[in-house]
Design a protein around this ligand. Structure first.
Ligand code: SF4
Length: 619
């Protein structure tokens, strides 16, 4: 049976490297802050990120906790490769019970905060309770203090970050929420670097519910690395491998935003709220061409120590959309959500939409999907101008799109109806609006149409992967055995875009994990940890009474009814058959989705097995 982290603050010697060996626990009810030194087995078996997060939350949170109540625990976690020579070791994960799905919630982000949380002395920080007044947490070279955030409450995410970084510079890095998180919008995200978002599952709303405006991390501690020479050598080898395949150059230039036009026509990007066909509904996608995505670029940037530096900052917007200088260059998901899915090919409006989402602290995938939903309701007479504060939400109306995002960010007028997501908005609007609310289990879906996965592209999330994931509708998550690598990457604290690129000398994970942690484990052993983490996240959902086979999934996502024209015409994948296969491969029951006892024991999840199979019930 796996040992679970317990409070043992007297312990000094920590054998596994790559970790700072400490968690912070912050009780926002009382203001009490404690340091926990976790058991090494927790690191060994759950690696980090949402792996450790799922184990901790399962153990220390009661089932049925209100997502926006004091019993929910918000965790911010790094991985063993975060802040080390590893390429893309820059990520942190946010975990909590999700207000969006009512089950396991997580989101993650790059930028600079993850490494700096470790440099400040901690692998993770957990928050319980609700503060009486707005606060932020300052972690300064090992010391932690809750500070009054009255002057920050109501402030946008850019100004919040700037104010705190100025106060605690040099080397202070910040994650924060914007006004949307303060107002508990379910689509609120956690932001850093003025545009890197832990966007999904309502993590910004959970942070807002705790009246926690920000976390500041500052420190100059070194992350212990078992074999620093080998780690540096592997970084060099990894960089050369990525360069030899052309990935670095290609990705540096356009990032993920280089294929918005092609994806709008190939069937990859959903069109007109998942009901349209790109080549018919947006015949001219030249406005989304990759050269336009970099046309207003001021400088290139990226996450901490990443040689791809796939991000960029724009110059001040001109013409109709005057966004400020420093607005992040567009990512693919944002282009898809505010572009083809809203029948909009005006790139400047999408840049403005992206800026507003970062400014107010809202997830761009959900925000774009909500606008598309509202446009379809408007076009079908379910809502009109009297409902929408005079805004004409017709397909492709980009000025209306931008105006409505402002209202959502302020939770004002019709924006207040929309800002908790399409499922809740449809319930409030009524009159048949539910038919246009495209979501899985409450979560708006990533901008890779899974119908194409069953049709053309292997590697894209398939319909059942979207449907059955512990956090449904996520294009970065997957399900079944293919999800083990995603779980591992998240837990290690790396970026899946770059870390998973095929390399001439094979996968870097086992070599780098050995160099950093000092534990020599094969890829199979690491993937087993990924499987363990997947089962742990799933166990959290089972305890909340969620069976993924019962997740609502909108018919359009799986071609029910199928499109009549375009590249996805007549594509109607067999969702249940695919799910049946994956459940078997996981050794989960194909009706209840409960993992077999044998599988749980093989993964060392004995306590979960005891709970799911009481009184010695046979698997
Ligand atoms: S590839 Fe891009 S998103 Fe990934 S770590 Fe590098 S800069 Fe960040």
């Amino acid at each position: 049976m796996l040992a679970i982290g317990i409070m043992r603050i007297e312990k000094e010697i920590f054998m596994i490297k790559g970790y700072m060996g400490k968690f912070l626990w912050v009780d926002l009810n009382t203001g009490k802050i404690e340091v926990e030194i976790p058991d090494e087995n927790l690191y060994r078996d759950f690696i980090g990120g949402y792996g450790i997060g799922s184990r901790i939350l399962y153990n220390r949170m009661k089932a049925g906790a209100e997502p926006l109540g004091p019993e929910n625990i918000l965790g911010i976690l790094t991985g063993p490769l975060t802040g080390t020579p590893t390429i893309s070791g820059a990520r942190y994960a946010a975990v909590a019970k999700s207000p969006v799905t009512g089950g396991w919630g997580d989101a993650n982000s790059g930028g600079y905060f993850g490494p700096h949380l470790k440099f400040a002395g901690y692998d993770a920080v957990f928050f319980t309770g609700i503060s009486e007044k707005p606060v932020y947490l300052l972690i300064d070279n090992g010391k932690a203090e809750l500070k009054n955030a009255d002057h920050l409450w109501g402030m946008n995410a850019y100004d919040t970050e700037e104010t705190l970084e100025a106060e605690y510079s040099p080397m202070a890095k910040v994650i924060c929420i914007g006004p949307a998180g303060e107002k508990l919008a379910y689509i609120a995200c956690i932001l850093t670097h003025k545009g890197d978002a832990a966007g999904r599952a309502g993590m910004g709303a959970v942070m807002g519910s705790k009246r926690l405006k920000a976390i500041v991390a500052r420190g100059d501690m070194e992350v212990p690395v078992a074999d620093i020479e080998r780690a540096n050598e592997l970084r060099k080898e990894h960089t050369e491998g990525l360069r030899s395949t052309g990935f670095l150059e290609r990705f540096h230039k356009y990032g993920t935003g280089g294929h918005g036009d092609m994806s709008a026509h190939s069937g990859d990007t959903p069109v007109k709220n998942w009901g349209g066909v790109g080549v018919i509904d947006t015949p001219d996608v030249s406005g989304l061409h990759r050269d336009k995505v970099i046309a207003n670029l001021d400088k290139r940037t990226g996450c901490w120590h990443c040689p791809a530096a796939c991000k960029g900052l724009l110059k001040e917007g001109k013409g109709l959309y005057k966004y400020p200088a420093g607005n992040h260059r567009l990512e693919y998901e944002t282009i898809g959500a505010f572009g083809a899915n809203c029948a909009n090919t005006n790139l400047e409006s999408i840049e403005m939409a992206s800026h507003l989402c970062n400014y107010y602290g809202m997830d761009t995938i959900s925000t774009g999907t909500i606008i598309a939903f509202a446009m379809e309701c408007y076009e079908n007479g379910i809502i009109d101008k009297t409902d929408t504060d005079g805004i004409e939400l017709t397909w492709g109306n980009h000025t209306a799109l931008v105006a409505m995002i402002e209202k959502m960010g302020k939770r004002e007028g019709f924006g207040d109806i929309l800002v908790d997501g399409v499922k809740i908005a449809a319930g409030k609007i009524g009159k048949g609006a539910e038919q246009y609310a495209v979501h899985i289990g409450g979560q708006e879906v990533g901008m890779h149409d899974p119908r194409i996965a069953s049709h053309q592209f292997a590697g894209m999330p398939s319909p059942a992967m979207y449907w059955l994931s512990p956090t449904p509708g996520r294009h970065t998550q997957s399900f079944g055995p293919p999800s083990f690598i995603n779980n591992l990457n998240n837990a290690m604290g790396v970026c899946i875009i770059i870390f998973d690129q095929p390399l001439p000398k094979g996968p870097v994970a086992p070599k780098m994990m050995a160099a950093v942690t000092g534990l020599d484990r094969s890829m199979e052993e690491l993937l087993q940890a990924g499987e363990r983490i997947g089962n742990m996240r799933h166990a959290f959902n089972l305890r909340e009474g969620l069976n993924p086979l019962k997740h609502y999934i909108h018919g359009r996502i799986v071609g029910r009814p199928p499109l009549k024209e375009g590249p996805l015409a007549d594509v109607s994948p067999d969702l249940e058959a695919e799910g049946w296969w994956y459940l078997g491969a996981l050794d989960w029951d194909r009706v209840t989705a409960i993992p077999s006892k044998k599988k749980l024991l093989a993964l060392g999840l004995n306590d979960i097995a005891d709970e799911l199979y009481p009184r010695g019930e046979k698997p």
